[in-house]
Ligand binder design. Structure first.
Ligand code: AN7
Length: 352
């Protein structure tokens, strides 16, 4: 039986006491070659794969880092964890704290997280604190609180988070038998791009693969500090998960970009929503807006002619979170859905 990523990749994730592992059997997520979207965007010489991290136990990639961070907190005898979050980290921290019998304190930007994520934090039993500020303000608060209060910080500044998250790279290499040519993913607080690069490098050093990908990150236009090399004091984007103006792993992310000969670019909210719709309508996958920055970015690269044209390439896009967490971007109160009487004659007209 699959028992979570710490067990699976124990060689790369040392723990002192197996009985202290806190897991929901996260990882081992769907990795799928897209059938229709590549053609729809005029891409003929690439295999485009998606890793659907929205199928983790709490619906996002954060569970990979959280199993490791909470396991280490548990090993250390910690009774509580704390994080700032745009939503997914808080959902994940709350769930893993629940399993471990710990308390979770989560600080979120008031009214700026998707309702599904808020519902998760509440139902898993976290102490939810909304602050009148953005994610970056909340992160500053929890860093200070974790210095003075008896709580373990589980934002990605906690190095165990990136350790867990690097396993996404292992799974992709295990599935393909090599590293992809491009790894495309959204960038917010910049932990994931840093973790993936660490994972690919470790697999390469251990001769599990003989190649490395170009790390290709995408930020939202209104929250693009790394792309523009300046702090965004008031980040804004419909992709609330990546509404971050001063990423904690900024330096690690630019190192991943530069060492891999990759790029970090930006995409607009319109491009993100179009990509979300296209992915769902062409290939049947519903990922949250932030996740679709990777698909929007792929489309942008194709349009700009930035990808190799003279050979077949493998592209892996990370779909970091589940679309069901944030349905308001698709369905809202102003939406008109056609209404019919429950009358077969009337309904038959639909099929003409
Ligand atoms: C769906 O939950 O920062 O660049 O507090 O939820 O590693 O931060 C979420 C980030 C991408 C960006 N996609 O990843 C949080 C939080 C989704 C996310 C990102 C997030 P990083």
């Amino acid at each position: 039986m699959y028992e979570g990523l710490i067990n699976k990749y124990s060689k790369y994730l040392p723990v002192e006491d197996k009985s202290k592992i806190v897991t929901l059997n996260e990882g081992n997520t769907l990795f799928l070659k897209l059938k229709n979207l590549p053609k729809a965007i005029g891409l003929t010489n690439a295999n485009v794969y998606v890793k659907f991290e929205g199928l983790n136990p709490t619906g996002s990639f954060k569970d990979r880092g959280m199993t490791m961070a909470v396991t280490k907190a548990n090993e250390a005898g910690s009774k509580a964890v704390i994080c700032a979050s745009t939503g997914n980290t808080s959902a994940s921290a709350a769930a893993y704290a629940a399993v471990a019998g710990m308390k979770a304190y989560v600080l979120i930007p008031d009214k700026k997280i998707a309702l599904g994520k808020l519902a998760q934090a509440i139902i898993y039993g976290a102490e939810v604190i909304a602050i009148d500020g953005n994610f970056d303000d909340a992160l500053n608060m929890v860093v200070e609180l974790s210095k003075t209060q008896p709580v373990t910080l589980v934002n990605s500044i906690n190095p165990w988070r990136l350790q867990g998250q690097k396993t996404g790279a292992f799974e992709i290499c295990d599935a393909l038998g090599r590293a992809p040519d491009y790894l495309m993913l959204p960038v917010g607080n910049a932990g994931n791009i840093s973790a993936y690069w660490m994972g690919f490098k470790e697999y390469y050093a251990n001769k599990e693969v003989t190649n490395l990908p170009k790390m290709t990150g995408f930020q939202a236009e209104g929250a693009a500090p790394i792309v523009e090399n300046r702090v965004f004091p008031n980040p804004e984007t419909i992709a609330t998960a990546i509404r971050i103006g001063n990423p904690a792993s900024w330096k690690l992310a630019t190192a991943a970009r530069d060492e891999s000969n990759g790029t970090i670019d930006k995409v607009s909210d319109e491009e993100i929503l179009e990509a979300q719709k296209l992915l769902a309508a062409e290939d049947g996958i519903f990922a949250e807006p932030a996740s679709c920055a990777s698909i929007a970015g792929l489309i942008k690269k194709v349009k700009e002619g930035k990808l190799e044209k003279d050979r077949q390439i493998d592209i892996a896009c990370i779909l970091t979170g589940n679309g069901l967490k944030d349905t308001s971007v698709v369905v809202n109160d102003n939406m008109e859905i056609q209404k019919f009487k429950p009358d077969l004659n009337e309904l038959s007209k639909l099929f003409k």
